[in-house]
Each structure stands twice: as structure tokens, then as C-alpha cells.
Design a protein around this ligand. Structure first.
Ligand SMILES: C[S@@+](CC[C@H](N)C(=O)[O-])C[C@H]1O[C@@H](n2cnc3c(N)ncnc32)[C@H](O)[C@@H]1O
Length: 452
């Protein structure tokens, strides 16, 4: 294909849609141009920044005619900062675009209907955890620019909770006061909780020279006497934020959250759902799907601190959770104890290896729950699940492309997609959380019985 544009060209185009990324999409002479932060319906002047065989990328120079769905972003560094992508889009439209992306990803499953996206109750101030990169040489604390490690100086972020913004503002103010003289500082991680008020700050440092950071921590504890302050050491220059070594400056480094009746305690390094309110809505849906399975057992793979296992335990005879992070498993066990839940067991290991072990022991769950990281499940794990043949598989995913890939495997093994429910867990971004219920087809169950 002859590309009609080259880097540096200034072109005019109309934006047609959004991609499953930070970008919106327009066409110039039938050639795709990805434009971040644009709104479908916008007429824009764009500067081309990259040209590939089948597509190009460009940045907005001017919005010539705004889309009717364009709204004023709440944040003054929107578009400069890469932390979110759709603040300029009317919220109802954001949900419609997300729905379309899930529908497209599910086109390979003819006849499967995708429910409307469940909106967030609060599309702003919803994150309970955020990692702010620091650039001490450039005297900046903020968030990365899109697809870059350039730190954009950010005063406050309307996506993160107000508590995080309060703590962040004090850290920033102190750094300004001492002229950003903390050469070892790389990241500031802040986690807060809605129901207990517990909060943790983790300063990620290049090395164990604590002289300067102690000063910041001491000020922070003076401002927030109950705050836990931890240091994490990460000497590596990589995309992984935290290293393996931790030090406690103050506090117990613990967080606590309550979802309905279940109280969760967890360490500052364990995973917990980032949008607590939407997590509750999702957990409720899962519980409704499995309700009354009192004679049956469930297996919760990628269980973290036991969030889903404990929430649905009342519906099963037994729930087994599997998690590879040792600390999260300890948290899950403690959570079961603290909530007086006696029918949950938590195992430390990789889902792939633990399922083999459990199957060898004759464990036969009627429901398997999957909530893997963005990259989805290993195909080997999905093949094992098919062999294990639970009646129901519930898959919670934060990446609809890896989800669709994994569902191809399960449907290929005789599972039927019953319901697809997208949730807006991360408003103002392109990210979509999708919950899917699958059941084993009757014919597949029959074949299994004959083979048994
Ligand atoms: C998206 S989180 C889900 C946690 C939990 N379901 C919840 O709702 O809080 C994914 C979890 O899987 C864990 N994990 C990642 N790879 C794993 C693997 N191969 N086997 C078991 N756990 C894994 C991570 O440590 C993390 O706790």
C-alpha cells in the first residue's frame, strides 16, 4: 500500500471511532490514522508522528470543529499526561464505545449477546491505588506521558481518590520545599481504603540511602499520623515498578477494606481491586450466578487475598483459592479466619501447577473462577480446565482481547458462553473489565460420561 502521509505532515481529518487503546481513529485518503485523546465526530488538524505499512499515528494540533460528544476535561493536563484517555468524551458515549469494543471482540462467537456496560457510580475519584513516577533531576512528580517514560508534572489527578490526592499534595509540597533533593526517589505509590481509612505510602528508591527520604517521611507522618510509610528498593531500570526488598519506616503497612459483610485485610504489596465500588458490583453478580451451590465446590484461580472466594463462600460447601504470591495467600488465610469462614482453603502456587495437583487428588469443582492478569491464561491452563470439566466457568478479565482468545479455547472444548457483562471499572480510560459466564454444553457432558 502506498502511504498517503509522511512524518511531519499536517493533515485534516474527521475522527470516526475509538480503538481498543488510548487512540481514536480517523482515515486520510482511506489510510488509518490513530490520534490519541480525540473524540469521534471531531474534525481535527493532526501532525503525523509515525508511519507504518498499514497505519499511521498523529497528534492533534487543533480541533477545527469539536464533536457533539466532546466535553471539557476535568484535568488541566489532560492530553499531556498519559494516565487517562477519554476525559474529553461525554461519559454516556464512553460506555457506548466500550460496548462496541467488546461486541467487536466477541464477533468470533456468533449469537453471543454482550450486555450494556455497567456504568461506574462515580466516574471520577475512583482509584484506591496509584503509582506516581518521580524525576528528581527535572524536579517533577506526576504521571507518565502516553507511551513514554517522560514524567508530566501533575498537581492532582481527578481519577484517584480524594484521600490519595490529599496525601499526594503534601508529598509534592514538601518536595518543592526541599527543591526535589531526594536523588534516590523513583516512584511514590499511594494506596488508600474506603471503609477503614487505612492508607499506605511506598517510596520506591534506587538504593538504601535513606537520608533525604526520611525527612519527607517524617513530615508526612506529622501530617497523617496513622499513615504507614514503607520503602521499596528497586535498583533496576525496567518497567517493573517495585523491587523485592522492603523496609518499614512507620506503621504496619496493612490495608483493610470491607465489601458488604466481608472484611479484607491485606499487605501493601498484595493485589486488591482498584475500584472498590465496581468490584462490589461485580462480586454481587458472581454471587448471584453461583447462588445455592451448597452441595458443590468452587475453585478460585488467581485468587489474590481471597476477595472473590470469601465473598461467595456462603454459597458453596467448599471454596479453594490458588494464588502465586505468598504474602497474598497469607492475607487470604487470615481473612478467612477473621471473617469466621471455615469452608475456604488457600493454596500458594501457580494456577497451572496447582490445578494438576488438585486434579490428581480427585478434586472436582463444579465452578472454576478465573481472574488472571492482563495477559490472560496460559493455553495449558485452559486445556487442564477443560479436562477438569467444571459445570460452570466464570472469567473476569481486564483485557477483552486476551479474554476472547481464551474463550475460543474454552468454547472449543464444549463450553457455551451464557452471559457477557462489561463493567466500567476504569472510567476516562480505554480499559474495560468484562465478566463472562460459561457452562458446559450438555452434549459435552454426555461424551465425558461415556469416556469415563
Ligand atoms: C487480577 S488479580 C485478581 C485477584 C483476585 N481475584 C481479586 O479479585 O482480588 C490477579 C492475581 O493473580 C496472581 N497471579 C498472577 N499469575 C498467577 C499464576 N500463574 N498463578 C496464580 N496466581 C497468579 C497475582 O499475584 C494477582 O494476585
Amino acid at each position: 500500500m502506498n502511504q498517503p502521509v509522511k512524518v511531519g505532515d499536517k493533515i485534516k481529518l474527521t475522527i470516526d471511532s475509538v480503538a481498543n487503546s488510548a487512540d481514536a481513529v480517523g482515515k486520510y485518503d482511506n489510510f488509518i490514522v490513530f490520534v490519541p485523546f480525540a473524540v469521534p465526530g471531531d474534525e481535527v488538524e493532526v501532525m503525523i508522528t509515525e508511519v507504518r505499512k498499514n497505519f499511521s499515528r498523529g497528534n492533534i494540533l487543533t480541533v477545527l470543529k469539536p464533536s457533539p460528544f466532546r466535553v471539557e476535561p476535568a484535568c488541566k493536563v489532560f492530553g499531556e499526561c498519559g494516565g487517562c484517555h477519554r476525559q474529553a468524551v461525554d461519559y454516556t458515549k464512553q460506555l457506548e464505545y466500550k460496548h462496541k469494543i467488546v461486541v467487536n471482540a466477541f464477533k468470533k462467537f456468533p449469537g453471543v449477546k454482550v450486555n450494556k456496560v455497567t456504568a461506574a457510580k462515580e466516574p471520577y475519584y475512583y482509584r484506591n491505588k496509584t503509582q506516581f513516577p518521580a524525576d528528581m533531576k527535572q524536579k517533577k512528580l506526576g504521571l507518565y506521558a502516553l507511551r513514554s517514560h517522560f514524567v508530566v508534572d501533575v498537581e492532582a489527578c481527578p481519577l484517584v481518590s480524594r484521600e490519595i490526592n490529599n496525601i499526594y499534595a503534601e508529598i509534592r509540597a514538601y518536595l518543592v520545599k526541599i527543591k526535589y533533593n531526594v536523588p534516590t526517589l523513583r516512584h511514590v505509590v499511594i494506596r488508600v481504603t474506603e471503609t477503614s481509612g487505612a492508607a499506605v505510602v511506598i517510596f520506591v528508591l534506587k538504593n538504601e540511602d535513606f537520608t533525604k527520604i526520611h525527612e519527607v517521611s517524617s513530615f508526612l507522618r506529622y501530617k497523617f499520623p496513622k499513615l504507614s510509610v514503607l520503602y521499596n528498593i528497586n535498583p533496576e531500570d525496567s518497567n517493573i515498578i517495585m523491587g523485592d526488598k522492603h523496609f518499614v519506616y512507620a506503621g504496619d503497612g496493612r490495608l483493610a477494606e470491607k465489601i458488604d459483610k466481608i472484611e479484607y485485610g491485606f499487605s501493601a504489596i498484595s493485589f486488591f481491586q482498584t475500584n472498590t465500588s465496581q468490584a462490589k458490583t461485580i462480586f454481587k453478580k458472581i454471587k448471584a450466578w453461583v447462588s445455592g451451590s451448597f452441595e458443590k465446590t468452587a475453585l478460585d484461580l488467581f485468587c489474590g487475598v481471597g476477595a472473590i472466594s470469601l465473598y461467595i463462600a456462603s454459597e458453596f460447601k467448599e471454596v479453594v483459592g490458588v494464588e502465586e504470591m505468598g504474602q497474598a495467600v497469607l492475607d487470604a488465610m487470615q481473612n478467612a479466619k477473621n471473617n469466621g469462614i471455615l469452608n475456604c482453603e488457600f493454596l500458594n502456587g501457580r494456577s497451572e501447577t496447582m490445578l494438576v495437583k488438585l486434579m490428581k487428588q480427585g478434586f472436582k469443582p463444579s465452578t472454576i473462577i478465573l481472574d488472571p492478569p492482563r495477559k490472560g491464561c496460559e493455553q495449558e491452563l485452559l486445556n487442564l480446565i477443560a479436562k477438569c470439566a467444571p459445570e460452570t466457568v466464570i472469567y473476569l478479565s481486564c483485557d477483552v482481547m486476551t479474554l476472547a482468545r481464551d474463550l475460543e479455547n474454552l468454547t472449543g472444548h464444549g463450553y457455551k458462553i451464557e452471559e457477557v457483562v462489561p463493567y466500567d471499572m476504569f472510567p476516562m480510560t480505554y480499559h474495560i473489565e468484562t465478566l463472562v459466564k460459561l457452562t458446559k454444553r450438555a452434549e459435552a457432558l454426555k461424551v465425558e460420561k461415556i469416556n469415563a
